[in-house]
Design a protein around this ligand. Structure first.
Ligand code: CTP
Length: 406
C-alpha cells in the first residue's frame, strides 16, 4: 500500500513550492491528500493540487463532503486523520504553528491536526523576524517536544526583501524527510542495533568529574528511529536528561570503562553498532576515595587515556556494520575519514560542534557521512530526528554496497 500523506498547505508565498512537494511525494510512491487553508487559496488555486494529486482538495471544514451533507462533512477531519499515515504542513506559517501549539481548531487543517495521532512534519516559512521571534521559537519547541519533525527553514533572500532564515526548505528535502519516515517501513526488522549515546563521566574524587557537553539527543533519536523501524535496540547511555525512547533496552553507564564493559557484553547479540557517545579521552586512574580539599596553591591532574572503545570494536566487529562519530571544530571531513580508517569503521558521521544552533545539546544537526565505499554524503541541516532517519537509510544502502563489492 502506498504511504498516505495528508498535506496541509498554509498561506504564504512558499505555497507554490507545495506543488513541487506534491510531485516529489507522488514520484516517491506516496498518495497525497491536500488540505488548504483559506489564505493558502489566495496564493495558489486548489485546482493546481487537484490536477497534481488526482483528488479533490479539501478547502473548508464544512463544504468538502457536500453542503447538504452536514453530518458527514462535520466528521470529515476525523476520517482524513484516520486514513493517513503522516501529516505534513508546508508551508507552516507562524500563525499555523501558534494554532497547533495551542490546540486551536478553527478550520479544517487545525482540526485535522488535533484529530491526527500519527507522525507530523512541519516545514516553516516566514519572514526572518517572525521566525526568530521568541513566540515562534517557543511554539517550535513545544511542537518538537511533541515529537513533531521540524524541517528547518533555510537562509537566503526572502520575498519580503529581507535576507536571513525563514525560507521554506526545498521540496526535495521535505519529501525525503517524509518518505523516510514511512511508519510502516520495517526495514530494520531482524537487526539488533547496539548504540551508545551521551557523554561519559570520569571521576576526580567522590564529588567531581570530567565530562563534556554531549546531550545524547542524536544517539537517542537514532535509537528511537531504529526501534520504530523494527530493530531490537540496546542503548548504552552515559548520564543524560532524556526519557528512554519507546521499545529500547537501556543500559545506564557513567565512565568510559563502564561503557566499554557494557558494549563488549552486548557485542555478540548485535548486527549493527553505532557509537555516537562522546567518550572522555582521558581519566584519572584510581581517583581518591575522599573529597580533595583546597589546600594546595596549584593542583595538576595526571590523566591517562581511556580505552578507545570504537577502535577495539573495529578489531572485533567481524561481519557487523560499525559506525562511529567525529565531533570536530575544524577539518571535519578529513578527520572523519582518518577516524574511519584508523578505527576500521564502515561509516563515520562527522559534525562541526562549534556552529551556533548545531551539534551538542541542540535539536538540530548538519552532518557529513564519510563511507568506506569512498562516498561522502552531506545531509542538510535538519532536526536530529530527521538526521537519524537519513543515517539509518544510508547505513542500509552502504551495507548493500559493501556486500555487492565483497
Ligand atoms: N570513541 C570511543 N572511545 C574513546 C574515544 C572515542 O569509542 N575513548 C569513539 C566515539 O564514540 C566516536 C569516535 O570514537 O564514535 C570518535 O570520537 P572522538 O572523540 O571524535 O575521537 P578521538 O578518537 O577521541 O580523536 P580526537 O580526540 O583526536 O579527535
Amino acid at each position: 500500500m502506498p504511504m498516505r500523506v495528508a498535506l496541509g498547505v498554509g498561506g504564504g508565498i512558499a505555497a507554490y513550492k507545495a506543488a513541487e512537494l506534491v510531485r516529489a511525494l507522488t514520484s516517491g510512491g506516496a498518495a497525497v491528500q491536500v488540505v488548504m487553508t483559506d489564505s493558502a487559496q489566495r496564493f495558489i488555486t486548489p485546482l493546481t493540487f487537484a490536477a497534481l494529486t488526482g483528488r479533490k482538495v479539501i478547502t473548508s471544514l464544512f463544504s468538502s463532503a457536500g453542503d447538504e451533507d452536514t453530518l458527514s462533512s462535520s466528521i470529515e477531519h476525523i476520517r482524513v486523520a484516520q486514513e493517513h499515515d503522516i501529516l505534513v504542513v508546508a508551508p507552516a506559517t507562524a500563525d499555523l504553528m501558534a494554532q497547533f501549539s495551542h490546540g486551536l481548531a478553527r478550520d479544517f487543517l487545525t482540526t485535522l491536526y488535533l484529530a491526527f495521532t500519527g507522525p507530523v512534519v512541519l516545514a516553516p516559512a516566514m519572514n526572518t523576524n517572525m521566525w526568530l521571534h521568541p513566540a515562534t521559537q517557543d511554539n517550535c519547541k513545544v511542537l518538537e517536544s511533541r515529537g513533531h519533525i521540524i524541517v528547518s527553514p533555510g537562509d537566503g533572500p526572502l520575498a519580503c526583501g529581507m535576507v536571513g532564515p525563514g525560507r521554506m526548505a526545498e521540496p526535495m528535502q521535505i519529501a525525503e524527510v517524509v518518505l523516510s519516515h514511512n511508519a510502516s517501513k520495517k526495514d530494520l526488522d531482524g537487526e539488533t542495533l547496539l548504540l551508545t549515546a551521551g557523554p561519559t563521566r570520569e571521576a576526580l574524587d567522590p564529588v567531581r568529574f570530567i565530562s563534556n557537553h554531549s546531550s545524547g539527543k542524536m544517539g537517542y533519536a537514532l535509537a528511537a528511529a531504529a526501534a520504530r523501524r523494527g530493530a531490537r535496540v540496546i542503548l548504552v547511555s552515559g548520564p543524560v536528561k532524556l526519557p528512554p525512547p519507546d521499545g529500547v533496552q537501556i543500559v545506564q553507564v557513567e565512565s568510559a570503562a563502564q561503557m566499554r564493559a557494557a558494549v563488549l557484553q552486548h557485542l555478540d547479540a548485535s548486527t549493527i553498532i553505532i557509537k555516537s557517545a562522546a567518550v572522555a579521552d582521558y581519566h584519572l586512574e584510581n581517583p581518591p576515595k575522599q573529597k580533595v580539599k583546597k589546600t594546595a596553591a596549584r593542583l595538576s591532574l595526571d590523566l591517562t587515556p581511556t580505552p578507545d572503545i570504537l577502535a577495539e570494536l573495529g578489531r572485533k566487529k567481524g561481519g557487523r556494520l560499525l559506525i562511529g562519530f567525529a565531533a570536530e571544530t575544524s577539518n571535519m571531513v578529513a578527520e572523519a575519514r582518518r577516524k574511519m580508517e584508523t578505527k576500521n569503521c564502515d561509516m563515520v558521521v562527522g559534525n562541526l560542534v562549534n556552529q551556533a544552533g548545531l551539534g551538542f545539546d541542540s535539536d538540530e544537526n548538519e552532518v557529513t557521512l564519510v563511507m568506506r565505499t569512498g562516498e561522502t554524503v552531506q545531509l542538510p541541516r535538519a532536526s536530529k530526528r530527521a538526521i537519524a532517519e537519513s543515517i539509518l537509510d544510508h547505513l542500509l544502502k552502504l551495507r548493500l554496497a559493501l556486500y555487492a563489492s565483497s
